[in-house]
Design a protein around this ligand. Sequence first.
Ligand SMILES: *Cc1c(COP(=O)(O)O)cnc(C)c1O
Length: 397
Amino acid sequence: MTPLPNMHDAEPIPDAARDALDGLMRSGDLFRYTAPKDAPVSLLEAEFAEMMGCKFALAVSSCSAALFLSLKALALPRDARVLIPGFTFAAVPSSVMHADCVPILCDVGTNYRIDLADFEAKLDDDIQAVIISHMRGHTSDMDAIMALCEARDIPVIEDAAHSLGTLWHDKKIGTIGKIGCFSFQSYKMINAGEGGILITDDADLVARAVIMSGAYEHNWKKHPILQDAFGAWQNKLPLYNLRMSNLSAAVIRPQLPELDRRVADGRRNHDHVAKALNTSPWIDVPEKLEPETRAPDSLQFNLVGMDDGEVQAFANAAAAEGVKVQIFGLSTDNARAFWNWQFMPEVPQLPRTKAMLMRACDTRLPARLTPQECEAVAQILVSAAQSTMAPARAYGS
Ligand SMILES: *Cc1c(COP(=O)(O)O)cnc(C)c1O
């Protein structure tokens, strides 16, 4: 049988990064605003904006920082209510609280996408912004969401941390709402250890975000953004210092040309394993939505007809064969289970989302795996379900 790869390793960083890093080591020029122009962070911003087909990009220290700055740049008042999905990473409600706003959660269905009826019901006159988390790269119905939000003039921030390369009707995810935020943390499609970027077409909004990210004094002059947009904000905004270092940008830039290949490989791997898993009566991999072209580097699936004990037995059986599966709702202190977000002013009841999380499994499936390795992963998962639910047949007796 194909030996299983380490499912957590990222891809090696392209060799091209070495020269840039060497140069930075020699000059010691690590701060984005030291050089008069063409600092790696500025070049990354220009290249990322061009790749995404948007006007402006601001590189920062993480996607969480990008989400926080987005909310601040929207100039929301203290205690503004921000609607977010009940299935996301704890960083999302945390960024809302960091911005002195209040997270309001809506239900998410068994296909990991926002439940539109609950979203519409909660999108009342008190909601002042919406963050759509494309959780694990699953895209909610952006046509319906944008129509509802535009009708009420509510700004939409896309948390595309884990969705770089995904398309919706051939439009790049992160360019549909007013602002898109991406992550360069190691488990995302482009890896700098840490890092994030915010994109938008709104010059005034990005000017505020640039200043608040830490472009103190007149450092904003190094951003190719309509310079008029800045004058009004000089000395008027707090400086949160969430900048990206040149080192991170030098690691990210040579990965941008790799993105299309990683996305294609990740989709190939995902679809291969998904197809195999769907042959099992105890496993369901939900279909993507029709307008969506996915860019997955992990796999989510639901266990069907199992009780809590059987779900745990399935995870143990898969782990014994070398495939680590986490069940969002059953693994201890999971940061994607909303009832663990006890830092929120009020932890809501979302029984439907909770039921989904108690059966939804998560396993990494990096783009660098070969089809043979994917087949081995699929077989382990299918036989773990089989041996849990029908042990006699699994042993052929
Ligand atoms: C990773 C992730 C984040 C946080 O990104 P950081 O860069 O680590 O702050 C936020 N939202 C989602 C959906 C993520 O997957």
